[in-house]
Design a protein around this ligand. Structure first.
Ligand code: SF4
Length: 375
């Protein structure tokens, strides 16, 4: 299955924790759309050769684009394939961009899945994070989307916030379940260089939550969502049966994908490439007829480590058979490590797949790093 990711870099404000490529300068929107349509034409061979199954508009904030702006982009895709043949067309939305008319417009264009950045149902948290919506807008937006034809929706939550109590996290999880969305993504706060929170951390204005608090919040999340019928199919992602994200699942299983727009990454099965992380430069590049800023050929070691990392983050794990494609040095290293991890009851093998045991999910990162091969 081949998927396409489209990066829409525009945001109205900057969230304190966010290190995705974005700009709050809206003046380049028209030129960005023209450049994106040029990039779609430029990548025609990928679009024609591969059976495109999923489109994912991420950002930035794709819902800063109007329905007519999105329609222009969709039209460019329609030169190469029929959007109605896609099995999943996702668009990320900010709650305060949602209205009945906007959702109806998206549905008419063929969008069949929304991903909404809720993050928390507490106004105090949202203000702290410099989110531009409030809790009421988030709840209303979920309802408006449902009432206007969206029956596959994901919401994002953040845990590990320094100012969030365990009781507040429990409320967030409860409200997420009560919202009856089909999919929930929950990410632990990380302090990324270049963000306001990173500065606060360095200046001692914020502190990371203790590890025990992170474990308590994650364990509660997994237990409650599983009780409510969600499958924790990837460490940060939970879905009702059959409603896992097809687009993201294809990344995790090492499928090819094409990334369009500034900062977007592509993978052709062997090599990874990425566009420039600057909307002005991206527009200039496309005016000159190219878009790729950099490219790297994955070494055998990179490919092995990636298989381990992506596979062990998923519930299903990775096929042990795939390890045989690597050199004898790597396969011997893997076999030795596998034996050690099995002895420690950290992983299990089921139907040829190696995965992290349910009660060891909290130490997934450590298990992954133990499996990493550094030559
Ligand atoms: S979290 Fe989303 S809305 Fe906030 S700045 Fe980052 S991309 Fe924009």
């Amino acid at each position: 299955m081949a998927g396409i990711y489209i990066h829409v870099p525009f945001c109205y404000t900057r969230c304190s924790y966010c290190d995705f490529y974005k700009t709050t300068d809206q003046q380049f929107k028209d030129e960005y759309i023209k450049a994106l349509c040029k990039e779609i034409d430029l990548k025609a061979s990928f679009l024609l050769k591969n059976n495109i199954q999923t489109l994912y508009f991420g950002g930035g904030t794709p819902s800063t684009l109007s329905i007519s702006e999105l329609a222009t982009i969709f039209k460019a895709f329609e030169n190469y394939f029929n959007l109605n043949d896609l099995c999943e067309l996702t668009l990320e939305v900010n709650p305060d961009d949602v209205s009945a008319a906007y959702i109806q417009g998206l549905v008419d264009l063929g969008v069949n899945r929304l991903s909404m950045g809720v993050q928390s149902f507490f106004d105090a948290h949202l203000r702290q994070m410099n989110r531009r919506h409030n809790s009421t807008q988030a709840k209303d937006a979920i309802q408006i989307a449902k009432d206007n034809g969206i029956d596959n929706m994901s919401i994002d939550l953040i845990y590990g916030l320094p100012y969030m109590s365990f009781e507040e996290w429990k409320t967030n999880v409860r409200l997420a379940i009560e919202s009856k969305v089909q999919h929930i993504s929950a990410y632990h706060l990380t302090f990324e260089k270049g963000t306001l929170y990173y500065d606060y951390l360095k200046k001692g204005k914020l502190q990371e939550v203790p590890e025990e608090a992170s474990v308590e919040q994650f364990t509660y999340l997994v237990d409650e969502l599983e009780k409510a019928g969600y499958n924790n199919y990837e460490i940060s992602n939970f879905a009702l049966p059959g409603l896992e994200s097809k687009h993201n699942s294809s990344y995790w299983s090492g499928q090819k994908y094409l990334g369009l727009g500034p900062s977007a990454h592509s993978f052709d099965g062997q090599n990874r490439s990425w566009n420039v992380r600057d909307v002005r430069k991206y527009i200039q590049d496309l005016n000159l007829g190219h878009s790729i800023a950099e490219e790297e050929v994955l070494t055998e070691e990179d490919r092995y480590n990636e298989l381990i990392m992506l596979g062990l983050r998923t519930n299903k794990g990775f096929s042990v058979e795939l390890i045989s494609q690597f050199s004898s040095v790597i396969t011997r290293f893997f076999e030795k490590e596998l034996e050690r991890q099995l002895r420690q009851n950290n992983v299990r093998i089921s139907e040829g797949y190696c995965s992290v045991r349910h009660d060891k999910k909290m130490i997934t990162d450590r298990i992954i790093s133990d499996f990493f091969y550094v030559g």
